[in-house]
Design a protein around this ligand. Structure first.
Ligand SMILES: Cc1cc2nc3c(=O)[nH]c(=O)nc-3n(C[C@H](O)[C@H](O)[C@H](O)COP(=O)(O)OP(=O)(O)OC[C@H]3O[C@@H](n4cnc5c(N)ncnc54)[C@H](O)[C@@H]3O)c2cc1C
Length: 219
């Protein structure tokens, strides 16, 4: 919250942790376009938070928030989920059912190979971040690189995985035995849409990489 209205915009903000059961908080579920409920809209009305819940120094909350994002964007697990996705695709294509449903034209094969290479690249970004964190360093543009790369990879993996199964990819109801991999790639096609928005959009990550990573002047 803003604690010094006269300070420049990045100063005068403080970071407080609050109990979500505090009086005045209303939580309304948001259902996403794949019919899942995994986040909400939260309203605050005259909510009071003890000043002892302050994180870090008063009026330096912006820097607390930015450091938090450096860790959120590190997203080391992203490499693992991408590898699991590509491996599940390869394993399924190797089965009789998968082989019968897969369209493996040369252009589709090339796409799968591209995704495989990108997944390996993603692992190297994660290893770099793990090394930095293990050395008590805070990854900044490195975390943005990893966040940008993996969120775009999650979308392209979903597109490739759906493309492999052609019209079969239109089936994604749970329990529909005809849906390849229980509709895994069709579901992630829809669910990965916000990946390039949440935790900072791809444009914001590119700005951070350009300015803090490459030292380019602000546009
Ligand atoms: C699924 C999901 C989960 C989320 N979870 C959380 C959460 O747990 N906690 C939380 O605090 N927030 C959360 N968010 C909010 C998220 O952090 C913001 O939506 C995101 O940072 C984008 O901010 P904005 O929506 O205000 O868009 P804006 O900042 O208004 O951006 C709109 C568009 O303008 C572009 N843009 C903005 N500024 C620039 C610039 N300087 N240069 C170039 N392009 C620019 C953006 O890239 C974007 O395309 C979540 C969002 C989603 C979709």
């Amino acid at each position: 919250m803003r604690t010094d209205p006269d300070a420049p915009k990045h100063r005068g903000i403080s970071f407080l942790i609050l109990d979500k059961n505090s009086p005045g908080i209303t939580i309304r579920p948001l259902i996403d376009m794949s019919w899942r409920h995994h986040f909400n809209e939260v309203f605050f009305e005259d909510v009071r938070v003890p000043a002892t819940n302050l994180v870090g120094e008063e009026n330096r909350g912006w820097y607390v928030g930015m450091t938090l994002l450096d860790f959120e964007r590190s997203n080391i697990t992203g490499a693992i989920s991408s590898r699991r996705s590509i491996n599940s695709l390869l394993d399924y294509i190797a089965t009789e059912d998968g082989a019968a449903k897969a369209d493996l034209r040369p252009s589709v094969r090339a796409e799968i190979a591209e995704r495989y290479i990108e997944t390996e690249v993603m692992f190297n970004f994660s290893f770099r971040i793990i090394s930095m964190q293990a050395a008590n360093q805070i990854p900044n543009y490195e975390a943005s690189t990893s966040k940008l790369f993996n969120s775009e990879l999650s979308q392209s993996l979903s597109r490739t995985g759906s493309k492999v199964f052609g019209l079969h990819a239109g089936l994604w109801e749970d329990g529909d035995g005809r849906a390849p991999l229980n509709g895994r790639f069709t579901k992630s096609y829809v669910q990965a849409v916000p990946a390039t928005i949440a935790a900072g959009t791809s444009e914001i990550q590119r700005n951070i990489i350009a300015t803090r990573g490459l030292g380019l002047p602000r546009g």
